[in-house]
Design a protein around this ligand. Structure first.
Ligand code: KG4
Ligand code: ZN
Length: 359
């Protein structure tokens, strides 16, 4: 089934029957994750923080495309309609019932407040109904866990580059729950730059996949766009690059869009890869991983793994569906968090500006 489409809303709700390969008696290592921070309504069931039994993602991309970006109120309403059928589908695909879960985990922030509230409220209601713990999860912590979900043997200290629509950060993971911020963007996030440049080039929304696609037919060395702060520290800056693209196209109206897309993408990827390998060397990391929607980018994936091979460090990139927003990563992060800290209080609210680090 295409990402973004879900089965028609089931009129039933999973009750007693469980597939025989899941002999779930309490205590069970099954966590239901819920993700509604932006425009994906996602629910997943993950065992032991590592085995995905189901991961359903209903994307609202078609709803927002006509506006060229996510409309918060439209997103909240869609989450309200979709969350129950998506949850039912995730439970059925996993072959479990709510009462067999060890916990229900939900993204509590950062994100759009109305969108977050739908997931958080539902998660608490499910937890109360099924009499299982509720676990609050930071969305960025979950992006960190996408790699460990698929490759639990990644060695600490692990450096993870998170590149999403709202964030670009290099994080050192010393252990579960023990993170250090090595660098972050000083202005636009990498995904935001992709989205803004795509919109300017008329490539549509969401911009990242559109540029990825357009760049396939372009020459990445056609235009020498700036690599801001490439050799300075571990922070990033992408707003100057976006301005350089706009200026170049205005001065050269006949330029090939594919060449602009390829050259822009090459400039972003060059800086991301260079800083990641430097961060790994600086902290003596044993492994380097990617997370966040931009980690679905074809060129970034190639160059990142190439750099890891050249530097002799273990490199890992989650599958594309684990890079973009999904609930399996929420369940995985929730599982590890629950083991360390136990349940979250039921008066935990949505926090649209929740931070993983306070600089
Ligand atoms: O992690 P994510 O799904 O949502 C946030 O937490 O923000 O990331 C979404 C971002 C968007 O900016 C989107 O354009 C970008 O990831 N993205 C990509 C690709 N696929 C998604 N950027 C570059 N290349 C891609 N293939
Ligand atoms: Zn995300």
């Amino acid at each position: 089934m295409r990402k973004g489409s879900i089965a028609p809303a089931p009129l039933w709700w999973p009750t007693g029957r469980v597939r025989s390969e899941h002999p779930c008696s309490h205590p069970v290592p099954l966590v239901l994750g819920i993700e509604t921070s932006c425009d994906e309504t996602a629910v997943a069931v993950v065992r032991d923080g590592t085995e995905v039994l189901s991961s359903v993602v209903s994307s609202q991309v078609d709803l927002h495309a006509r506006y060229g970006g996510v409309v918060p109120e439209v997103a909240s309403r869609a989450h309200t309609e979709l969350l129950v059928p998506v949850t039912a589908q995730a439970l059925v695909e996993a072959g479990v019932t709510g009462r067999q879960l060890a916990a229900v985990a939900a993204t509590t922030g950062p994100g759009l407040v109305g969108a977050l509230l739908v997931g958080v409220s539902a998660a608490k209601a499910f937890a109360l109904t099924w009499q299982v713990p509720f676990v609050a999860v930071n969305h960025l912590e979950a992006h960190l866990y996408a790699a460990l979900l698929e490759e639990p043997d990644l060695a600490f200290p692990l450096v993870v580059l998170i590149v999403s629509g709202g964030h670009t950060m290099l994080v050192e993971m010393l252990d579960h729950g023990d993170y250090r911020l090595l660098g972050e963007t000083l202005d636009d996030a990498a995904g935001e730059a992709f989205d803004k440049v795509a919109r300017f080039l008329g490539l549509g929304y969401p911009g990242g996949p559109a540029i990825d696609n357009a760049a396939l037919d372009g020459d990445p060395s056609a235009i020498a766009f700036p690599r801001a702060m490439r050799n300075e520290g571990l922070d990033f800056s992408f707003s100057g690059l976006k301005t350089a693209v706009v200026n170049h196209v205005r001065e050269n109206p006949d330029v090939s869009t594919a060449d602009v897309a390829a050259s822009f993408q090459a400039a972003v990827v060059d800086v991301l890869v260079e800083k990641s390998r430097r961060a790994a060397a600086d902290v003596g990391a044993r492994a380097l991983a990617l997370g966040g929607g931009v980690a679905a980018n074809t060129l970034l994936r190639e160059q990142f793994l190439g750099a890891c091979a050249d530097d002799g460090i273990q490199g890992f990139i989650p599958t594309r569906s684990m890079c973009t927003d999904n609930a399996a990563m929420i369940a995985a992060a929730g599982w590890y968090r629950h083991q360390r800290l136990g349940p979250s209080p039921l008066d935990t609210g949505a926090d649209p500006r929740d931070r993983l680090f306070h600089r």
